[in-house]
Design a protein around this ligand. Sequence first.
Ligand SMILES: C=C1C[C@]23C[C@H]1CC[C@H]2[C@@]12CCC[C@@](C)(C(=O)O1)[C@H]2[C@@H]3C(=O)O
Ligand SMILES: O=C(O)CCC(=O)C(=O)O
Ligand SMILES: [Fe+2]
Length: 358
Amino acid sequence: MPTVLTDVFRGHPIHLPHTHQPDFTSLSELPDSYTWTSKDDPLFTAPPSPPGAGESIPLIDLNHPDAANQIGRACRTWGAFQIANHGVPLELLQDIEFLTGSLFQLPVQRKLKAARSDAGFSGYGVARISSFFNKKMWSEGFTITGSPLNDFRKLWPQLHLNYCDIVEQYEEQMQKLASKLMWLSLNSLGVSEEDIKWARVSSDLNWAQSALQLNHYPVCPEPDRTMGLAPHTDSTLLTILYQNNTAGLQVFRDDLGWVTVPPVPGSLVVNVGDLFHILSNGLFKSVIHRARVNQTRSRLSVAFLWGPRSDTKISPVRKLVSPDESPLYRSVTWAEYLRTKATHFNKALSMIRNHREK
Ligand SMILES: C=C1C[C@]23C[C@H]1CC[C@H]2[C@@]12CCC[C@@](C)(C(=O)O1)[C@H]2[C@@H]3C(=O)O
Ligand SMILES: O=C(O)CCC(=O)C(=O)O
Ligand SMILES: [Fe+2]
């Protein structure tokens, strides 16, 4: 059984056609293979949030004395929020944006030197969920887990060490922030470190692991007819997303439809992932989100995908399950869940749901 993320997809190869990526910049018309309709994705034409509704996910000031409750509320109603005053240096956000921009600007032959293999985890390619859709997505991505040294050396024979250093610093900051956010939201439910022993702050963060997903959405001649990244939930506990100043991220709410998450300079977007939904016995929503593209500006985003060690069993916190009911989900490790997701995509959650008797 794999204990690091690198091994998770080894027995679950997915054929991902990286090498058929077009040179996005040379296309003046959208090819049919990139043209999406509601047949390709039932939510494609779901209404955008009504104009003037003025509602999007909350922007929460982490220094606010009531931040924990605000975060808890956002996790229950939206499954997403933005944070200001998160303590991550602005310069580091600029560095990771610069790194991401430089990576995707490399010639495609260079990027393909670090292509992700079908059974691999790290490297350059299309989104892993691509295999579940008939149409292609107008984006390219780069996944990092563990040290990026080998891949970065292929991309930047000279500068790779500087870029590795940025990734390392960024991951360190994100780890601290993610654990803080998890505990703030759990505290708002009355759950404390006594209730989830594997995730104690004092256990020096060795209980967690992560991946970084860099995304690039090139300028597109017909943005309304294509998709940057198809709707999905993240398989994480929490995801912390940095987006550049081009809008594109949307979250889905049953009552509102697609709601745009406007870029707020210096702030970060946080998503509840499927594992946090499980841990909270369904109280926190793992939010369906997608990325649209833009006709005049390219868009970059950096997702920090955060979860427990691969061998930790995640199950609903006992305290959140009422005594006369069984937990909503059976226990699952992150490795098992990622593999279930890799084969069953958006059915994964329902596959580990306990069916209540009576
Ligand atoms: C740790 C993770 C989480 C992964 C798989 C693996 C590495 C890359 C992540 C993403 C990033 C892009 C969306 C997503 C849906 C995808 O296709 O690749 C994510 C997926 C998940 O959250 O399920
Ligand atoms: O680019 C975005 O805004 C969304 C990216 C995302 O959802 C992901 O990488 O999981
Ligand atoms: Fe995502």
